[in-house]
Write a protein that binds this ligand. Structure first.
Ligand code: 13P
Length: 247
């Protein structure tokens, strides 16, 4: 399967930041993996214009579960498509925490995204307290059962494992811990959506950097990364894309 290097800019970036995209595309016109950046909504259409005809795909960071209506401040999946998006992140831990999003809401958003023609990048991951309590696999299993739409396919689903305690902290699980969770995720996803699960890209996220990318990408069932901080700079994201291209 073709691997995926995805960047999540979170609430970072203004017009000036688009120069990073120009630099990235100049350095990596045709990488051997797929490349996705998810900027804030304010930059989405402009980034999509820059990306047109290139190897870069552009995605949203969230969408509403409904197609349209009285939901001030929200954005529908169809609007993301209209702005040039091919993907949307749903259920990021920051949204699960900041906006109290439940598995059921994440599933509804993912399903709405898929109906609109987007690839849903569904995020799952345990907190530090859950890992310390030994319940990581129970938490992940429940999130897969609760957040992944049943009819998902390899073409409309990407699943990102992001341990909450590894996000923005510089800390990562051990290689053995990543391997354990990713193998478990593949098995649980197979139980949920059947044979299509074999082709779904499973991303690892949480403090992925140029310096640790290669060893993480060597782990079985790691089919790419969801990168936060290191996706903001073309030089760092480019190095991660190159590491994935070699994996
Ligand atoms: P960092 O790479 O900054 O740890 O963020 C990971 C993340 O949350 C990507 O969605």
């Amino acid at each position: 399967m073709r691997k995926l290097a995805a960047g999540n800019w979170k609430m970072n970036g203004t017009s000036d930041s688009l120069s990073e995209v120009v630099t990235l595309l100049a350095a990596l016109p045709s990488p051997a993996c797929d490349m996705l950046l998810c900027p804030p909504a304010t930059l989405l259409a402009r980034m999509a214009q820059l990306a047109q005809g290139t190897a870069l795909q552009v995605g949203g960071q969230d969408c509403h579960a409904h197609a349209a209506g009285a939901h001030t401040g929200d954005i529908s999946a169809a609007m993301l498509v209209d702005a040039g998006a091919s993907h949307v992140i749903v259920g990021h831990s920051e949204r699960r925490t900041d906006h109290h999003e439940t598995d059921a809401q994440v599933l509804a958003k993912a399903a709405a995204a898929q109906v609109a023609g987007l690839v849903a990048v569904v995020c799952i991951g345990e907190t530090e307290a859950q890992r310390d309590a030994g319940s990581t696999l129970d938490v992940i299993g429940a999130q897969i059962a609760g957040s992944v739409p049943e009819g998902s396919t390899a073409a409309n689903l990407v699943l990102a494992y992001e341990p909450v305690w590894a996000i923005g902290t510089g800390r990562t699980p051990t290689i053995a811990e990543i391997a354990e969770v990713h193998a478990f995720v593949r098995a649980r996803l197979t139980a949920r959506i059947g044979a299509q699960a074999a082709g779904v890209r499973l991303l690892y996220g949480g403090s992925v950097k140029p310096s640790n990318a290669a060893e993480i990408f060597a782990v079985p069932h790691v089919d790419g990364a969801l990168v936060g901080g290191a996706s903001l700079k073309a030089v760092d994201f480019g190095a991660i894309v190159k590491a994935l291209s070699l994996a």
